[in-house]
Each structure stands twice: as structure tokens, then as C-alpha cells.
Design a binder for this molecule. Structure first.
Ligand code: SF4
Length: 337
């Protein structure tokens, strides 16, 4: 189970604090080369770890914006990883890249073995998209979704953001209904959060933006839940809905706390060897990143199991609550029960 972080975006969105650099134009080709060289060297030095996580045979290329990368760069990464076929191979894309690169690019992704696409739609309202600083408008997002469908992708997920001051229930309903009508199989909806260092945090500080109230956020979230339930989607994780059988295998493994290898700047990993659990993370720099790690204490493991388990529809097994090696049998869990 491998995650690759692509740290490039064509521009920065208002709300985002992910590690990314503005790059990948021709003049920035050197940046891509430097990043790729470091990534290939990390793949080769972590080969044993990568093979040890192959029980969950998934690859997820995320970012940043992986779709800014030329196909031959993606091919070199896939070849270096050495796996012939994955149970699920996801690439995150932005609509404008799909439009600019066209059907040939999509055919190239399929040739590489990509069978799941996660599209950063965020909204189908042009005013909201402009406010977010996205590079696409609603029409380009619609066209990109059509192109993905025409290219034969059968597992398409769309990202949507809610909890925005100025986003009406009517606009949100229009976005979700239209996405479902266009045949997506999966939807991830994230509530806008104010991340330190993002442009949005600055806008709040100098009074250019006021956060939506908890009541507005709740009404928007409940609207998404209602629409997707009626349309046959299963709400399998707090931010994720899927048609039956289209749940994300890779992300589900994170919530089950299975081991994974994160490659590239800023990526995190979890290893479990002989019962010892270690988390490691790469520094956020374009090339030559370094890694730090820590051994997780029993208490940290229990807390993560509790937190991640409660995010999913499966929840946590109430019978195991009192077990010594499972959850914290203290006042917190008793209060929750
Ligand atoms: S939201 Fe996506 S495209 Fe926008 S800056 Fe963040 S990583 Fe880049």
C-alpha cells in the first residue's frame, strides 16, 4: 500500500495548506527532475518496506496536483515501484489538466494501470470556484467529468467542499445532484477548515472573510447526506460516500490502520513489525528530503483506533472496549459510551 506525494500545483487555492510548490511549467522542469531523482532514490532505498505492505495492493498518487506531471514522469514512478498490477490505482487530477491534456493523456493513464480517478471539482458554482481560487470553472469541471467517462474510467470520485459562508443550500444541492447525475461513483465532501498559513487564515485575520456558523455547516452536511442516501450512496466514512462496491480500498486501509508507505516530501508512513508500530514522516522540501520517525505508545495506538474507527460506518466493536490492548477504558471512553 503505497502513497506518492506530488508537490506541485499550478497555483494555490485560498483554503489550502498542503505542501506544494508552484512548478511544472517548462521553466520549472528542473524542479520536476530534482523531485523525481529524490523520489526514485527513496523508492529504491525503501524497497523492502514497500514489499512488506503488499497485502493491501494499492497505489495512490496524490498531491499537490499529480495531473500537472507529464505521463512519462508518472510512468517512471510506476516502473520504479515494480508492481505489475494493483487492486486499486488512484490518481488525483484537477479538471483544467484533463481539458488541456485531452483524451490522449487519459488513455495514457489507463495504459499505466490507473483505474480510479479522484477529481478536485469542489463546486459547480462559478462564484464559489472563483472565491476558492480554483483554476477551473463549472463548465470545465463538467467537461472533464465527461471526458473521464468517455475514456472508460468506471471509478470516478469527486471532491466537494462545504461549510463556506455564502454557499447556499440551493447551490450545494445543485452541485451534488449534478455530480451524481453525471455518473460519479464516489464523493468526498470536506468541511472548509481554516489552516494556519493558508490565504484564508489571512482573510479572516484582516476581516475579509467570516466563517460560516456551525448551524450552516451542519445544514449543508445534512443536505449532502440526504441527497446521497436517496441516490443509493453508502455513507461509509464521515467524509466519504460510495455506490455499493465503489468504496476506496486505499483510504479504507488507512482507517483500519494497516501499514502503508508514504513516498515523497511531507508523506507519512506507518510500519508494524513484530507488534511494534512506527510512524515516520518526510520533511517538506522539493528534493533530498529526510525522514523522522517515532514508536507509537499503546495509548497512542488505542486513541488512533478509536478516532479512526468512529469515522467509519463500521464503527468500533463495543465488546472489545474493555480489553486491555484495545481502547482506553477510562473516563473519556465511558463518557462517549
Ligand atoms: S487544493 Fe489542491 S490544487 Fe489547490 S493548492 Fe491545494 S493541493 Fe494545490
Amino acid at each position: 500500500m503505497v502513497y506518492v506525494h506530488v508537490p506541485f500545483c499550478r497555483s494555490f487555492c485560498t483554503y489550502c495548506d498542503f505542501y506544494s510548490e508552484i512548478a511544472c511549467r517548462e521553466k520549472d522542469a528542473q524542479a520536476t527532475k530534482d523531485w523525481l531523482r529524490s523520489l526514485l532514490s527513496e523508492i529504491s532505498s525503501r524497497r523492502t518496506e514497500i514489499e512488506a505492505t503488499s497485502d493491501t495492493n494499492t497505489l495512490y498518487i496524490g498531491g499537490g496536483t499529480p495531473s500537472v506531471l507529464p505521463l512519462d514522469v508518472l510512468r517512471r514512478i510506476v516502473e520504479a515501484l515494480g508492481q505489475k498490477q494493483y487492486d486499486e490505482f488512484t490518481v488525483e487530477v484537477n479538471p483544467e489538466d484533463i481539458i488541456e491534456k485531452g483524451p490522449e493523456y487519459l488513455a495514457g493513464l489507463r495504459d499505466l494501470g490507473v483505474d480510479r480517478i479522484s477529481v478536485g471539482v469542489q463546486s459547480l458554482d462559478d462564484g464559489i470556484l472563483r472565491w476558492m481560487g480554483r483554476r477551473h470553472d463549472a463548465e470545465r469541471a463538467r467537461n472533464a467529468l465527461r471526458m473521464l467517462r468517455d475514456a472508460g474510467f468506471e471509478s470516478i470520485s469527486a471532491d466537494v467542499i462545504f461549510g463556506i459562508n455564502g454557499l447556499s443550500l440551493r447551490m450545494l444541492e445543485g452541485t451534488v445532484e449534478e455530480l451524481v447525475g453525471m455518473g460519479i461513483q464516489h464523493l468526498s465532501a470536506y468541511q472548509l477548515s481554516i489552516e494556519e498559513g493558508s490565504a484564508l487564515a489571512g482573510m479572516i485575520e484582516d476581516g475579509r472573510y467570516t466563517e460560516a456558523s456551525d448551524e450552516e455547516c451542519r445544514a449543508q452536511y445534512e443536505l449532502i447526506c440526504d441527497i446521497l442516501r436517496v441516490r443509493g450512496f453508502r455513507h461509509y466514512e464521515i467524509s466519504n460516500w460510495a455506490l455499493p462496491g465503489r468504496e476506496a480500498v486505499h483510504n479504507s486501509a488507512y482507517w483500519k490502520r494497516l501499514p502503508y508507505v508514504g513516498l515523497g516530501p511531507g508523506a507519512h508512513s506507518l510500519s508494524i513489525v513484530d507488534g511494534v508500530q512506527r510512524r515516520s514522516w518526510n520533511s517538506q522540501q522539493l528534493s533530498g528530503w529526510t525522514s523522522e520517525s517515532e514508536t507509537l505508545s499503546l495509548e497512542e495506538i488505542r486513541e488512533e483506533r478509536l478516532m479512526l474507527g468512529l469515522r467509519t460506518a463500521e464503527g468500533i466493536d463495543g465488546k472489545r472496549i474493555e480489553e486491555k490492548d484495545f481502547f482506553i477504558a477510562d473516563s473519556i471512553i465511558r463518557d462517549l459510551i
